[in-house]
Design a protein around this ligand. Structure first.
Ligand SMILES: NC(=O)c1ccc[n+]([C@@H]2O[C@H](COP(=O)([O-])OP(=O)(O)OC[C@H]3O[C@@H](n4cnc5c(N)ncnc54)[C@H](OP(=O)(O)O)[C@@H]3O)[C@@H](O)[C@H]2O)c1
Length: 278
């Protein structure tokens, strides 16, 4: 059976090089992206050696993610590798079409709906793996409260982003528990501080930091190599519920390891996925 990898956000930065490396290794790809022109460009670059499908999806929109899930379920039999890579930081508060703070909608809720919607395809693979792009920024998830994630009372871009990256680890851990009986693993990866398009739109502190230190940052190719390693290295086959920094197991924060917080986030996300706020 040919192996199929789904990757979100393959149109830029880390995701682009992860897609290219997986194609080089012979994986058929499902490119989940919001920008059709960029996705088509990547398809052309990858060429015909592997099959490359494109599914249009705005991860910040609940309806768009649900449509993408249906399209993928209709077109594919199994998913061996699901890489939740897409993510962003938003300098000034913005709200998604569903009335949810945009960073949380894009970085956590969309991937939550996508991944849980595709569990049957993961189960249909020989031994599926989920890799979730998190960040060491999760250590700065100050005043994290599950019920305030969708509509936080105060906005600071880095704190808001950090909370979503903590959510990525909590989700990854809870998913690992729920999918362990089916032999499916779920791990979270901090890719290092990487020179990509990340924070590129802003002119705040994070954007300034990324631009100023650009020559010292890791390349997206290096980060992609680590992600592909976590996703495919035979010696990591049975590792699940782990937080990696680059491709080494690393210590995550106390909150990230909190099982009750993970369960609470899961229930909160399920409720949001069904009830649109506006
Ligand atoms: N760069 C770092 O230093 C760093 C550090 C730690 C963790 N990370 C994590 O690594 C991941 C990849 O980041 P990157 O550095 O490669 O950033 P990037 O170059 O900005 O790429 C982000 C990708 O996410 C996609 N995306 C953003 N919003 C989306 C939406 N609403 N729907 C669908 N796709 C969307 C973008 O699509 P478009 O091409 O259409 O914009 C792009 O393909 C993120 O989860 C980030 O949090 C990055």
């Amino acid at each position: 059976m040919r192996k199929t990898a789904l990757i979100t956000g393959p149109t830029s930065g880390i995701g682009r090089f992860t897609a290219l490396e997986l194609a080089r290794r012979g994986y058929d790809l499902i490119l989940v992206a919001r920008n059709a022109a960029k996705a088509r460009q990547l398809q052309m670059e990858i060429g015909n050696a592997v099959s490359t499908g494109f599914v249009q999806c705005d991860l910040s929109s609940i309806a768009s993610v649900k449509e993408a899930v249906e399209e993928i379920k209709a077109g594919y039999q199994h998913i061996d590798l699901l890489i939740n890579n897409a993510g962003l930081i938003v300098q000034h508060r913005q709200t998604s079409v569903d009335g949810i703070e945009l960073t949380f909608a894009t970085n956590h809720l969309g991937p939550f709906i996508l991944t849980t919607g595709l569990v049957d395809l993961l189960k249909a693979a020989e031994s599926a793996k989920v890799v979730n792009l998190a960040s060491a920024a999760h250590f700065f998830a100050f005043r994290y409260q599950t019920t305030k994630l969708a509509n936080p009372p105060h906005y600071h871009d880095l704190v808001i982003y950090s909370r979503t990256k903590l959510a990525n680890i909590l989700f990854s851990n809870e998913l690992s528990e729920r999918l362990a009986p089916f032999g499916i693993t779920s791990n979270a990866v901090h890719p290092g501080t990487v020179s990509s398009s990340f924070a590129g739109d802003g002119n705040g502190v994070t954007a300034w930091f990324m631009k100023f230190f650009k020559p010292l940052l890791r390349t997206p190719q290096q980060a992609a190599a680590d992600i592909v390693n976590v996703a495919t290295a035979p010696e990591l086959n049975d590792i699940t519920g782990q937080y990696f920094a680059h491709s080494k197991p690393a210590r995550s924060s106390g909150k990230a390891k909190n099982r009750a917080l993970a369960r609470e986030l899961w229930a909160f996300s399920e409720a949001l996925a069904d009830v649109v706020l506006i």
